[in-house]
Write a protein that binds this ligand. Structure first.
Ligand SMILES: O=P(O)(O)OC[C@H]1O[C@](O)(COP(=O)(O)O)[C@@H](O)[C@@H]1O
Ligand SMILES: [Mg+2]
Ligand SMILES: [Mg+2]
Length: 327
């Protein structure tokens, strides 16, 4: 008999008030995920989703697509019914107030992989859950800028051939898959373990001429294959949706790299620390992988701005350590 997400969360929470709050928030985010998955599944029948909304870029500095905003609205509607005081979102400049009595704050990337919305390639949603006390954080933005190590739970959904939820509640990482018949998420992997070693990397290689020397050297050594200093042939994969690249890494190992480069606005890479790097780093570490900005553990980095970018390297821990050795 498969374990449902609801039952798993109930078991996790027991009588602990804070865990019950976390369980309620995760259940609501999963519910929003089902609604977003249904929208994504409409594909070309709903081509307006990929339309750019408005002239101005979003708070994270990217063009804002229709589905980015619709996904954010679906998440707000669900989290209004959870003990969440504020929501930090890629699509909103400032924190969104939800429930004044909330004991949590949540940071989200409502739609990850926006450049793939109209290409029928997997996209997703990423979330991070942090503790909140009004007395401790008079400015809600400060609550969202706690170090990643303070996260109580985190995860991401992938809207692909199947809809999956990769979740950590701080005790390992689990994969749940959406059972369309019952509408429930069912436990598929109870304890994900990312292989420590890998021969596969994910990077947007078209940016190579803009990379710094260590990054260039690392990829050159991979490309040199078994006759080169690494003594083994490497494969390359890049989906353009971090959640899809991450799910592959959780399934068979690998590393994802998006470091800083010389392009305007990319000195700190592309991914946002609070609602992309921190949650992915938490689920990665709980699956025995590693996540850094090239050298420093992501979860130890003190955020300074809600939408700041951070260089990101995550996946198979021996390879992440190898990459650090180039810096
Ligand atoms: O288009 P590029 O430069 O290859 O970047 C792709 C990366 O940017 C992202 O799309 C950024 O996320 P958003 O789509 O949420 O802005 C990642 O999912 C992906 O890995
Ligand atoms: Mg994203
Ligand atoms: Mg996004």
């Amino acid at each position: 008999m498969s374990v449902t997400l609801q039952a798993y969360l109930r078991d996790f929470a027991g009588d602990d008030a804070q865990k019950q709050a976390v369980a309620a928030a995760v259940a609501r985010i999963a519910q929003a995920g089902v609604a977003i998955a249904d929208l994504v599944a409409q594909g070309p029948l709903a081509d307006h989703f990929a339309k750019v909304r408005g002239a101005d870029p979003n708070a994270g500095g990217d063009t804002q697509k229709e589905l980015d905003v619709i996904a954010e609205e679906a998440i707000i509607a669900e989290l209004k019914q959870a003990p969440v005081a504020f929501l930090g979102s890629e699509e909103s400049e400032t924190p969104i107030p939800l429930n004044a009595a909330g004991t949590l704050v949540v940071a989200v990337d409502p739609l990850d992989g926006s450049s793939n919305i109209d290409t029928n390639v997997s996209v997703g949603t990423i979330y991070s859950i942090l503790p909140y006390e009004a007395a401790r954080f008079p400015d809600p933005a400060d609550a969202l800028m706690q170090k990643g190590a303070a996260q109580l739970a985190a995860g991401f959904l992938v809207y692909g051939p199947s809809t999956v939820l990769v979740s950590t509640l701080g005790a390992g990482t689990q994969v749940f898959a959406l059972d369309r018949a019952s509408g429930d998420f069912l436990l598929a992997v109870a304890a994900v373990e990312i292989p420590a070693e890998t021969k596969e990397y994910g990077v947007n290689q078209s940016n190579m001429r803009h990379w710094d020397t260590p990054m260039r050297a690392y990829i050159d050594d991979c490309l040199a294959g078994k006759d080169g200093p690494r003594g083994k042939d490497f494969n390359m994969r890049w989906v353009g949706s971090m959640v899809a690249d991450a799910f592959r890494i959780f399934t068979r190992g690998g590393v994802y790299l998006y470091t800083g480069d010389k392009r305007k606005g990319y000195a700190a890479g592309r991914l946002r620390l609070i609602y992309e790097a921190n949650p992915v780093a938490f689920v990665t570490e709980q699956a025995k992988g590693a996540a850094t900005d090239g050298t420093t553990r992501i979860l130890d980095i003190q955020p300074e701005k809600l939408h700041q970018r951070i260089p990101l390297v995550f996946g198979s821990r021996d390879e992440v350590a190898k990459i650090a050795s180039y810096y």
